[in-house]
Design a protein around this ligand. Structure first.
Ligand SMILES: C[S@@+](CC[C@H](N)C(=O)[O-])C[C@H]1O[C@@H](n2cnc3c(N)ncnc32)[C@H](O)[C@@H]1O
Length: 245
Protein backbone atom coordinates (compact mmCIF):
# COMPACT_ATOMS: atom_id res chain seq x y z
CA UNK A 1 0.00 0.00 0.00
CA UNK A 2 1.28 3.48 -0.80
CA UNK A 3 3.26 5.06 2.03
CA UNK A 4 1.13 8.22 2.00
CA UNK A 5 -2.07 6.21 2.40
CA UNK A 6 -0.65 4.35 5.40
CA UNK A 7 0.47 7.63 6.96
CA UNK A 8 -2.99 9.11 6.52
CA UNK A 9 -4.71 6.03 8.01
CA UNK A 10 -2.46 6.32 11.07
CA UNK A 11 -2.87 10.08 11.49
CA UNK A 12 -6.64 9.88 11.02
CA UNK A 13 -6.87 7.22 13.72
CA UNK A 14 -4.85 9.42 16.10
CA UNK A 15 -6.87 12.62 15.67
CA UNK A 16 -9.05 13.56 18.67
CA UNK A 17 -12.17 14.19 16.57
CA UNK A 18 -12.20 10.99 14.46
CA UNK A 19 -13.98 7.72 15.15
CA UNK A 20 -14.10 4.19 13.81
CA UNK A 21 -17.46 2.38 13.62
CA UNK A 22 -18.40 4.08 16.92
CA UNK A 23 -21.49 2.03 17.78
CA UNK A 24 -20.81 2.79 21.44
CA UNK A 25 -21.60 6.48 20.77
CA UNK A 26 -25.16 5.78 19.60
CA UNK A 27 -27.33 8.34 21.41
CA UNK A 28 -24.28 9.97 23.04
CA UNK A 29 -22.85 12.23 20.35
CA UNK A 30 -24.16 15.43 21.94
CA UNK A 31 -23.06 14.59 25.42
CA UNK A 32 -19.77 12.79 24.84
CA UNK A 33 -18.40 14.27 21.62
CA UNK A 34 -19.73 17.78 21.06
CA UNK A 35 -20.58 18.66 24.69
CA UNK A 36 -23.61 20.69 23.58
CA UNK A 37 -27.16 20.13 22.33
CA UNK A 38 -26.74 21.72 18.92
CA UNK A 39 -28.32 19.92 15.94
CA UNK A 40 -26.23 17.18 14.35
CA UNK A 41 -25.77 17.18 10.57
CA UNK A 42 -24.27 14.21 8.71
CA UNK A 43 -22.46 14.09 5.37
CA UNK A 44 -22.70 10.54 4.02
CA UNK A 45 -20.00 9.27 1.67
CA UNK A 46 -18.20 12.49 2.54
CA UNK A 47 -14.88 11.66 0.85
CA UNK A 48 -12.60 14.57 1.76
CA UNK A 49 -15.42 16.18 3.73
CA UNK A 50 -15.71 19.43 1.81
CA UNK A 51 -19.33 19.94 2.86
CA UNK A 52 -18.72 18.85 6.44
CA UNK A 53 -15.98 21.45 6.90
CA UNK A 54 -17.58 24.27 4.87
CA UNK A 55 -21.01 23.90 6.50
CA UNK A 56 -19.38 23.74 9.94
CA UNK A 57 -17.49 26.98 9.26
CA UNK A 58 -20.75 28.70 8.30
CA UNK A 59 -22.91 27.18 11.04
CA UNK A 60 -21.16 27.35 14.37
CA UNK A 61 -24.43 26.51 16.11
CA UNK A 62 -24.58 23.05 14.53
CA UNK A 63 -22.41 19.93 14.79
CA UNK A 64 -21.19 18.12 11.69
CA UNK A 65 -20.08 14.53 11.20
CA UNK A 66 -18.55 13.34 7.92
CA UNK A 67 -18.91 9.59 7.36
CA UNK A 68 -17.14 7.43 4.81
CA UNK A 69 -15.50 4.04 4.70
CA UNK A 70 -12.24 5.54 3.40
CA UNK A 71 -10.31 7.25 6.16
CA UNK A 72 -7.42 8.30 3.90
CA UNK A 73 -9.94 10.55 2.09
CA UNK A 74 -11.52 11.87 5.29
CA UNK A 75 -8.02 12.67 6.56
CA UNK A 76 -8.10 15.77 4.32
CA UNK A 77 -11.19 17.24 6.03
CA UNK A 78 -10.19 16.03 9.47
CA UNK A 79 -6.80 17.74 9.17
CA UNK A 80 -8.38 20.97 8.00
CA UNK A 81 -10.84 20.96 10.91
CA UNK A 82 -8.01 20.34 13.35
CA UNK A 83 -5.80 23.08 11.91
CA UNK A 84 -8.71 25.52 12.15
CA UNK A 85 -9.54 24.53 15.74
CA UNK A 86 -13.07 23.60 14.74
CA UNK A 87 -14.89 22.02 17.65
CA UNK A 88 -18.14 21.36 15.77
CA UNK A 89 -16.66 18.78 13.37
CA UNK A 90 -16.08 15.03 13.65
CA UNK A 91 -15.36 12.30 11.12
CA UNK A 92 -16.24 8.65 11.39
CA UNK A 93 -15.12 5.67 9.34
CA UNK A 94 -18.19 3.48 8.93
CA UNK A 95 -20.48 1.77 6.45
CA UNK A 96 -23.90 3.25 5.82
CA UNK A 97 -25.65 -0.13 6.02
CA UNK A 98 -25.89 0.04 9.81
CA UNK A 99 -26.19 3.78 10.26
CA UNK A 100 -29.29 3.21 12.37
CA UNK A 101 -27.02 1.52 14.92
CA UNK A 102 -24.57 4.41 14.95
CA UNK A 103 -27.17 7.07 15.85
CA UNK A 104 -30.23 6.92 18.09
CA UNK A 105 -33.77 7.70 16.88
CA UNK A 106 -34.04 11.46 16.35
CA UNK A 107 -30.35 12.10 17.11
CA UNK A 108 -29.74 13.56 13.63
CA UNK A 109 -31.25 16.84 12.36
CA UNK A 110 -30.12 16.81 8.73
CA UNK A 111 -28.30 14.66 6.18
CA UNK A 112 -26.17 15.58 3.18
CA UNK A 113 -25.42 12.96 0.52
CA UNK A 114 -22.75 14.31 -1.78
CA UNK A 115 -21.89 12.61 -5.08
CA UNK A 116 -22.50 9.04 -3.97
CA UNK A 117 -21.42 6.23 -6.30
CA UNK A 118 -24.34 6.00 -8.77
CA UNK A 119 -24.44 2.19 -9.17
CA UNK A 120 -26.17 2.63 -12.53
CA UNK A 121 -26.62 -1.09 -13.22
CA UNK A 122 -30.12 -1.80 -11.97
CA UNK A 123 -28.88 -5.04 -10.42
CA UNK A 124 -26.77 -2.88 -8.05
CA UNK A 125 -29.54 -0.37 -7.27
CA UNK A 126 -29.78 -1.46 -3.66
CA UNK A 127 -26.32 0.06 -3.06
CA UNK A 128 -27.48 3.55 -4.11
CA UNK A 129 -27.40 5.75 -1.01
CA UNK A 130 -30.82 7.18 -1.95
CA UNK A 131 -32.41 3.73 -2.31
CA UNK A 132 -35.45 3.02 -0.08
CA UNK A 133 -33.27 0.47 1.75
CA UNK A 134 -31.14 3.38 3.03
CA UNK A 135 -34.04 5.84 3.37
CA UNK A 136 -35.58 3.41 5.88
CA UNK A 137 -32.42 3.71 7.99
CA UNK A 138 -32.19 7.49 7.63
CA UNK A 139 -35.81 7.82 8.72
CA UNK A 140 -34.98 5.99 11.93
CA UNK A 141 -32.24 8.41 12.97
CA UNK A 142 -33.69 11.70 11.65
CA UNK A 143 -35.74 14.02 13.82
CA UNK A 144 -39.27 14.71 12.52
CA UNK A 145 -38.90 17.44 9.90
CA UNK A 146 -35.25 16.52 9.31
CA UNK A 147 -34.15 17.10 5.72
CA UNK A 148 -32.01 15.16 3.26
CA UNK A 149 -29.86 17.17 0.83
CA UNK A 150 -28.65 15.27 -2.19
CA UNK A 151 -26.14 16.56 -4.74
CA UNK A 152 -25.02 14.51 -7.72
CA UNK A 153 -23.60 14.65 -11.23
CA UNK A 154 -25.39 11.43 -12.20
CA UNK A 155 -28.46 11.83 -14.42
CA UNK A 156 -29.38 8.21 -13.76
CA UNK A 157 -29.15 8.43 -9.98
CA UNK A 158 -31.00 11.75 -9.93
CA UNK A 159 -33.80 10.38 -12.11
CA UNK A 160 -33.98 7.23 -9.97
CA UNK A 161 -34.26 9.34 -6.82
CA UNK A 162 -36.97 11.63 -8.23
CA UNK A 163 -38.87 8.64 -9.52
CA UNK A 164 -38.62 6.93 -6.15
CA UNK A 165 -39.81 10.04 -4.28
CA UNK A 166 -42.79 10.24 -6.61
CA UNK A 167 -43.69 6.61 -5.85
CA UNK A 168 -43.40 7.42 -2.16
CA UNK A 169 -45.67 10.50 -2.56
CA UNK A 170 -42.88 12.70 -1.22
CA UNK A 171 -42.75 16.15 -2.78
CA UNK A 172 -39.17 17.45 -2.71
CA UNK A 173 -38.65 20.97 -1.37
CA UNK A 174 -36.05 21.72 -4.03
CA UNK A 175 -35.31 20.10 -7.38
CA UNK A 176 -32.52 21.72 -9.35
CA UNK A 177 -31.19 20.20 -12.57
CA UNK A 178 -28.20 22.54 -12.87
CA UNK A 179 -27.04 24.18 -9.68
CA UNK A 180 -24.18 26.09 -11.28
CA UNK A 181 -26.32 27.86 -13.88
CA UNK A 182 -29.30 28.51 -11.60
CA UNK A 183 -29.15 32.14 -10.43
CA UNK A 184 -31.40 31.27 -7.48
CA UNK A 185 -29.40 28.31 -6.21
CA UNK A 186 -28.28 28.65 -2.59
CA UNK A 187 -24.73 30.08 -2.42
CA UNK A 188 -23.48 27.03 -0.51
CA UNK A 189 -24.47 24.78 -3.40
CA UNK A 190 -22.49 26.86 -5.86
CA UNK A 191 -19.54 27.83 -3.70
CA UNK A 192 -18.65 24.48 -2.17
CA UNK A 193 -17.40 22.04 -4.78
CA UNK A 194 -16.31 18.61 -3.74
CA UNK A 195 -13.44 16.65 -5.25
CA UNK A 196 -15.80 14.50 -7.34
CA UNK A 197 -17.93 17.48 -8.26
CA UNK A 198 -14.90 19.18 -9.83
CA UNK A 199 -13.92 15.94 -11.52
CA UNK A 200 -17.33 15.43 -13.09
CA UNK A 201 -17.78 19.09 -14.02
CA UNK A 202 -14.47 18.79 -15.84
CA UNK A 203 -16.09 16.01 -17.88
CA UNK A 204 -19.00 18.29 -18.78
CA UNK A 205 -21.53 16.87 -16.31
CA UNK A 206 -24.20 19.16 -14.85
CA UNK A 207 -24.64 19.20 -11.10
CA UNK A 208 -28.07 18.39 -9.75
CA UNK A 209 -29.54 18.94 -6.29
CA UNK A 210 -32.64 17.98 -4.41
CA UNK A 211 -33.87 18.45 -0.84
CA UNK A 212 -36.62 16.37 0.71
CA UNK A 213 -38.08 15.19 4.00
CA UNK A 214 -38.96 11.67 5.02
CA UNK A 215 -41.90 12.56 7.23
CA UNK A 216 -44.35 10.91 4.81
CA UNK A 217 -42.16 7.86 4.19
CA UNK A 218 -43.88 4.59 5.05
CA UNK A 219 -42.56 1.05 4.74
CA UNK A 220 -45.68 0.10 2.75
CA UNK A 221 -44.94 2.75 0.12
CA UNK A 222 -41.28 1.75 0.10
CA UNK A 223 -42.26 -1.88 -0.46
CA UNK A 224 -44.61 -0.87 -3.30
CA UNK A 225 -41.75 1.05 -4.94
CA UNK A 226 -39.35 -1.87 -4.52
CA UNK A 227 -41.89 -4.27 -6.09
CA UNK A 228 -42.42 -1.86 -9.00
CA UNK A 229 -38.66 -1.52 -9.44
CA UNK A 230 -38.16 -5.29 -9.48
CA UNK A 231 -40.87 -5.69 -12.14
CA UNK A 232 -39.25 -3.00 -14.29
CA UNK A 233 -35.81 -4.55 -13.73
CA UNK A 234 -37.03 -7.95 -14.91
CA UNK A 235 -38.54 -6.35 -18.02
CA UNK A 236 -35.18 -4.74 -18.78
CA UNK A 237 -33.33 -7.99 -18.15
CA UNK A 238 -35.70 -9.70 -20.60
CA UNK A 239 -34.90 -6.95 -23.10
CA UNK A 240 -31.15 -7.50 -22.56
CA UNK A 241 -30.59 -4.17 -20.78
CA UNK A 242 -28.70 -3.69 -17.54
CA UNK A 243 -29.19 0.03 -16.87
CA UNK A 244 -31.95 2.58 -17.08
CA UNK A 245 -33.99 2.63 -13.86
C1 LIG B 1 -17.84 9.20 -5.47
S1 LIG B 1 -17.22 9.39 -3.87
C2 LIG B 1 -17.77 11.01 -3.39
C3 LIG B 1 -16.94 11.57 -2.27
C4 LIG B 1 -17.25 13.04 -1.90
N1 LIG B 1 -18.59 13.18 -1.36
C5 LIG B 1 -17.08 13.95 -3.08
O1 LIG B 1 -18.08 14.44 -3.61
O2 LIG B 1 -15.93 14.17 -3.48
C6 LIG B 1 -18.31 8.35 -2.93
C7 LIG B 1 -17.81 8.11 -1.49
O3 LIG B 1 -18.77 7.36 -0.80
C8 LIG B 1 -18.13 6.36 -0.02
N2 LIG B 1 -19.11 5.27 0.12
C9 LIG B 1 -19.82 4.70 -0.88
N3 LIG B 1 -20.68 3.77 -0.38
C10 LIG B 1 -20.48 3.78 0.96
C11 LIG B 1 -21.06 3.05 2.04
N4 LIG B 1 -22.03 2.14 1.82
N5 LIG B 1 -20.64 3.29 3.29
C12 LIG B 1 -19.66 4.22 3.52
N6 LIG B 1 -19.07 4.95 2.54
C13 LIG B 1 -19.48 4.73 1.29
C14 LIG B 1 -16.88 6.00 -0.82
O4 LIG B 1 -15.86 5.49 0.01
C15 LIG B 1 -16.51 7.34 -1.45
O5 LIG B 1 -15.56 8.07 -0.69
Amino acid sequence: MAKQKLKRFAEFADYPHTFDFAYELQGKWHQEVFKNNNPIVLELGCGKGEYTVALAQENLDKNFIGIDIKSNRMWVGAKKALENNMNNVAFMRALMHRINELFAPGEVAEIWITFPDPFVRHRSAKHRLTHTRFLRLYQQILKPGGVINFKTDSDELFAFTQNMLQHLSITPEVVDYNVHTNPNAEPMLKNVRTYYENLFMGRGKTIKFTRFKLDDFTTDKAKAFEDWFETERLKLVAAGKSTGI
